[in-house]
Design a protein around this ligand. Structure first.
Ligand SMILES: Cc1cc2nc3c(=O)[nH]c(=O)nc-3n(C[C@H](O)[C@H](O)[C@H](O)COP(=O)(O)O)c2cc1C
Length: 208
């Protein structure tokens, strides 16, 4: 376990929990250690938008969602109050964090350095340690405060990746639509994958 690459995925109380779930699924199907942090709001929206009911374990839920766990993969799940968990410290080495989806509240907290829970603290640590931090902010329309917070985070080193699916690959299910975003997150985390069709002019693999 010590040699596995480690990734952190946080789920906030914005709509689009499926993005976080699809990302966690994709990571756990590879030999990685995945640390999931769910905010209080994230838990509520997750229960509303998916079949997760809080009674079953998160692992069981992922299995029901079709996750084929890699034999070496490892899953740890935290709630936002577990501020003593490893990702809260810069001395804990990992390979990147994604917040999918990211609420405007959590976005604003991170943008102002207000590290009051395990998600905002872990993100703050990523920025100070110059580790990949990818945010999937979800809200529409965006007000000036949202936009300024995104600019501030981008300037501080975060990658702002709004969950805007691509349709040029002709996805036919909700999962395929979401994976057009998840695939780009994996690209930015440096994870090799083939869950998206890529635009290319190579005759053997042309999309058009
Ligand atoms: C069903 C539902 C959907 C929501 N969707 C969003 C959303 O898309 N974006 C957002 O910023 N907040 C959304 N919220 C509000 C957040 O859940 C709320 O601001 C919460 O305090 C966020 O806290 P967290 O970032 O710690 O999870 C939604 C709330 C509910 C109940």
């Amino acid at each position: 376990m010590a040699n596995l690459k480690k990734y952190i995925v946080a789920i906030c109380g914005a709509s689009g929990s499926i993005y976080g779930i699809r990302l966690i699924k994709a990571l756990l199907e590879r030999p990685y250690h995945v640390m999931v942090i769910i905010s209080d709001g994230g838990l509520k929206v997750l229960e509303h938008e998916t079949n997760f009911n809080g009674q079953s374990s998160f692992r069981e839920f992922l299995l029901l969602e079709g996750t084929k766990f890699h034999e070496s993969a490892n899953l740890e799940v935290f709630i936002q109050h577990e501020i003593y968990a490893a990702p809260a410290s810069g001395s804990f080495i990992h390979h990147g964090m994604a917040i999918a989806p990211c609420s405007m509240k959590t976005l604003g907290s991170i943008a102002s350095g207000f590290a009051d829970n395990l998600i905002t603290r872990s993100a703050d640590v990523c920025l100070k340690e110059r580790r990949p931090l990818i945010l999937l902010p979800r809200e529409t329309p965006l007000n000036l405060i949202h936009l300024q917070n995104m600019t501030r985070l981008c300037q501080a080193g975060a990658t702002i990746m709004p969950p805007c699916p691509a349709f040029y690959t002709s996805p036919s299910t909700v999962e395929e639509v979401c994976d057009t975003v998840v695939g780009r997150v994996l690209d930015h985390l440096g994870v090799e994958h083939n869950i998206i069709k890529r635009w290319c002019h190579d005759e053997d693999n042309a999309m058009f």
